[in-house]
Design a protein around this ligand. Structure first.
Ligand code: AMP
Length: 398
């Protein structure tokens, strides 16, 4: 069985074609600048790479070009479109309308458009454009929606509710939904495999630390809490997002800066986080270089990030009543020993003991154990693979 995984943004469309028997990526690539002059597709297949510089005014043209690349003599990996058994679409927000991976029907598209667009106005309409383009070009191929939020659907009410009027939660769906669910699901599952345990036996804190960051408590294979909220703005400070902030401080800041509601939210999403604290960059490589050169605000940004992440690890250990394993994943989690050390430092009382040398080891794409042999809590670095989860969920649904 071959599954095409599609992740569509407003002007981009990334894809992978995955063979489900071997779980190998047969082809992958991305269209850039859809609807903007200068659009191109960078595609890989057959061990080769090809760049198609072609006008892509719409997502429909983009998906047609992707299918052409999948057939292309040089880099093609399939002979006919019939070889694609299904398409799995990454969808960011589900609200309370979709609790799990869902087969696409006209009714589903209607609910997606009418109920979820306002929850993720930057992501869901763009992904739906990609979905509809695929449905037009591949009308007989089953499509699935795989939501970033699904893995968090097991959170209990006490974890996902905000302390607002319960009737308002019911009326408007304002609650914590969580994001990065496919990543938290993948790495917690891989951790159980690596440890040779059944997921039901483990209490794991998964730290997805990338440009966007979220931390989840996974108890017995199920998510019981997570740091992102109604939107991905909540939790730890991130590349450019503020993370948690007192709602009254937001109003105060907006007044001082003469910003409207939407302007202050854009500011909190795009101008804050470690980029705002350091005044240098959202990229941790730049922050580390800055801190090494004595830039105190780069140092502060790194310290804040590790401190806030550590606080969530500790609070989730308390929420689960124990801790067997901490997993680090995503760009920062997989590549930054300094942050992993900063998060684990001071957690010795919970039974966390890092192996310094193992922590400094290079990311080789494999699962790496970075805790000391006598550490009660295992600390693992696990490369995430969100596309594989989307493909697996789509295949399971079929
Ligand atoms: P992601 O969103 O998972 O792609 O993560 C992107 C972020 O990971 C970048 O903004 C960097 O801050 C960080 N990152 C990626 N590679 C490295 C690296 N080799 N060393 C330190 N940080 C890295």
């Amino acid at each position: 069985m071959k599954i095409l995984v599609v992740n569509a943004g407003s002007s981009s469309l990334k894809y992978q074609l995955i063979d489900m028997e071997t779980e190998k990526v047969l082809a992958k690539g991305g269209c850039e600048r859809i609807g903007i002059p200068g659009s191109l597709l960078k595609a890989k297949g057959n061990g080769k790479e090809k760049v198609y510089e072609q006008d892509m005014p719409t997502h429909k043209v983009a998906i047609e070009l992707v299918l052409h690349a999948l057939h292309d003599g040089e880099i093609g990996v399939i002979k006919s479109m019939d070889e694609i058994d299904a398409v799995g679409h990454r969808m960011v927000a589900s609200g309370e309308y979709f609790k799990k991976t869902t087969l696409v029907t006209p009714e589903v598209v209607k609910t997606l458009e009418e109920k979820t667009f306002e929850l993720a106005p930057l992501h869901n309409p763009a992904a739906a454009t990609g979905l509809k383009a695929c449905m037009e070009v591949m009308p007989n191929t089953p499509m699935a929606l795989v939501f970033d939020t699904s893995f968090h659907a097991t959170m209990p009410e006490k974890a996902y509710l905000y302390g607002i009027d319960y009737e308002d939660y019911k009326k408007y769906g304002v609650r914590k939904y969580g994001f990065h669910g496919t990543s938290h699901k993948f790495v917690s599952g891989e951790a159980a495999k690596y440890l040779g345990k059944n997921p039901s036996e483990l209490k794991i804190v998964t730290c997805h630390l990338g440009n966007g960051s979220s931390i989840s408590a996974v108890d017995g294979g199920k998510c019981v809490d997570t740091t992102m909220g109604f939107t991905p703005l909540a939790g730890v400070l991130m590349g450019t997002r503020s993370g948690d902030i007192d709602a009254s401080a937001v109003e105060f800041l907006a007044k001082k800066k003469g910003m409207s509601h939407s302007e202050i939210i854009t500011y909190l999403n795009k101008k804050c986080g470690v980029a705002g604290i350091s005044g240098v960059s959202s990229d941790f490589r730049d922050l580390i270089a800055g801190a090494e050169q004595g830039n105190a605000r780069c140092r502060l940004a790194l310290d804040m990030f590790a401190y806030q992440t550590k606080k969530f690890v500790g609070s989730y250990a308390a929420a689960m009543g124990g801790l067997d394993c901490i997993v680090f994943t995503a760009g920062i989690g997989e590549n930054t020993p300094l942050i992993r050390a900063g998060v684990c430092e001071g957690l010795e009382f919970l039974g966390v003991k890092l192996d310094k040398k193992a922590n400094e080891g290079k990311n080789d794409g494999s699962v790496r154990e970075i805790s000391a042999k006598d550490s009660k809590v295992k600390v693992l670095v696990i490369p995430t693979n969100e596309e594989l989860v989307i493909a697996r969920e789509t295949a399971e649904l079929l």
